[in-house]
Design a protein. Structure first.
Length: 403
């Protein structure tokens, strides 16, 4: 089996996902095309040097619908002979694009791929695709569907995570992200976004609130308490699945949950022989990939079983991992991961995460892989694991090692 390597990883800054956000005028196709062009130009490659573009996005409707990957290729400087594949594993769409590309290379189905993802949450609202899991009663009732925020609060209740725990984690995420930006830790991977005239419109993560403290977060009301306790009464639905709980402790709010943002990211995944042919040195080997299904009601616990699976299948232990990136969809998701594996916070999300910088659904899996790789190089670490929770009860993970 051929090894698969990462040769480059870039991302756009994350813009606020609303009408006054810096990226609001940019479409998902345009932002994706800028990432494709950036990857090609940085490695001085021809437009026909890839087998395929695999691109993830979670809300595949309207201008993010169709085969966005192929449209982005046609909007970019890549050759029209390069096809495109759009995929959707909700929040893990970008990671799954990378993992699929790696496994294609491993299996001999092409030497090189561009893999990545995009989400323009300020232009295409989350949930606007009318997903059956949420709106079809025959599915929603049998799966005990509740919104993700309720699921995050179930995790907090089930595993004894307090509001103070979640708020303290969020404050630390903001501090780490601000320090990382000030120290230039993201500089090598950030692609400045430009408008239709080629003028720069964003070169930094726009969502961050570095002045966040426990007092300011303590003043925020829980975001999901009303929908849990009033009609349709999602707390009661959850407790049908978890009857041992006396109630749901609603601890999450906008300050300790991931931000709604716009953004895109991509990587080049290829064989060693392809790199030698183009005079490029690989930065990391993709050692293992994994995905798994989990309980769709609590929904967001996937990073734990996905990590257990990837470690088991790769013959590794948690102590073999030097650095971790766990997507900060909600504070309780990451706190549960740390609790399950007794992971030192000093080795996890060391440059902050989605609570501080935002979670552009289809791009986040690629972003955390790239962030992990940059930090492994900066801090001279050898092995890293990236993982995400996924809507409707799934998890995904990737292990990379420097070469």
């Amino acid at each position: 089996m051929t090894d698969a390597y990462i040769y480059d990883a870039i991302r756009t800054p994350r813009g606020k996902g609303r009408k006054d956000g810096a990226l609001h005028e940019v479409t998902a196709v345009s932002l994706s095309a800028q990432v494709l062009n950036g990857l090609r130009e940085r490695s001085d490659l021809n437009g026909y040097d890839f087998e395929d573009v695999i691109w993830g996005n979670a809300t595949q409707v309207g201008e993010q619908g169709g085969c966005l990957a192929r449209t982005a290729v046609l909007a970019s400087d890549l050759d029209e002979r390069i096809p495109g594949l759009s995929i959707n594993r909700f929040c893990a769409s970008g990671m799954e694009a990378v993992n699929l590309a790696a496994n294609q290379v491993r299996g001999g189905a092409g030497e090189a791929y561009i893999a990545g993802g995009v989400e323009m949450m300020g232009r295409v609202a989350m949930g606007s695709d009318g997903a059956a899991i949420a709106v079809d009663p025959s599915v929603a009732m049998s799966s005990y569907f509740v919104p993700q925020g309720i699921s995050a609060d179930i995790i907090a209740t089930e595993y004894g995570i307090s509001r103070d725990d979640a708020d303290a984690f969020a404050v630390e995420s903001q501090k780490r992200a601000a320090a990382a930006w000030e120290d230039g830790r993201f500089a090598k991977s950030i692609l400045t976004v430009r408008d239709v005239n080629g003028l720069p419109i964003l070169d930094h993560d726009e969502y961050m609130r570095p002045g966040t403290d426990m007092q300011s977060l303590g003043a925020l009301k829980p975001s999901f308490k009303d929908m849990g306790e009033t009609m349709p009464g999602f707390d009661k639905i959850a407790m049908l699945k978890y009857p041992h709980l006396a109630g749901i402790n609603h601890i999450h709010h906008a300050g300790n949950s991931s931000g709604i943002v716009d953004g895109a990211a991509g990587v080049i995944v290829a064989s060693k022989e392809w790199g030698e042919k183009h005079g490029l040195k690989p930065r990391a080997r993709i050692r293992a990939t994994a995905k798994i299904g989990t309980d769709p009601t609590i929904m967001l616990t996937g990073p734990v079983p996905a990590t257990e699976k990837i470690l088991r299948e790769s013959g590794m232990q948690i102590g073999d991992i030097d650095l971790f990136e766990v997507n900060e969809a909600f504070s309780s998701v990451v706190l549960r991961f740390m609790q399950a594996f007794d992971v030192d916070h000093g080795k996890l999300n060391v440059n902050g995460g989605a609570i501080a910088m935002g979670h552009p659904l289809g791009a986040s899996g690629v972003i955390i892989i790239g962030t992990l790789l940059d930090e492994m190089e900066r801090s001279d670490r050898e092995t890293g694991l990236a993982t995400l929770c996924v809507a409707s009860g799934m998890g995904a993970a990737t292990i990379i090692e420097r070469v």
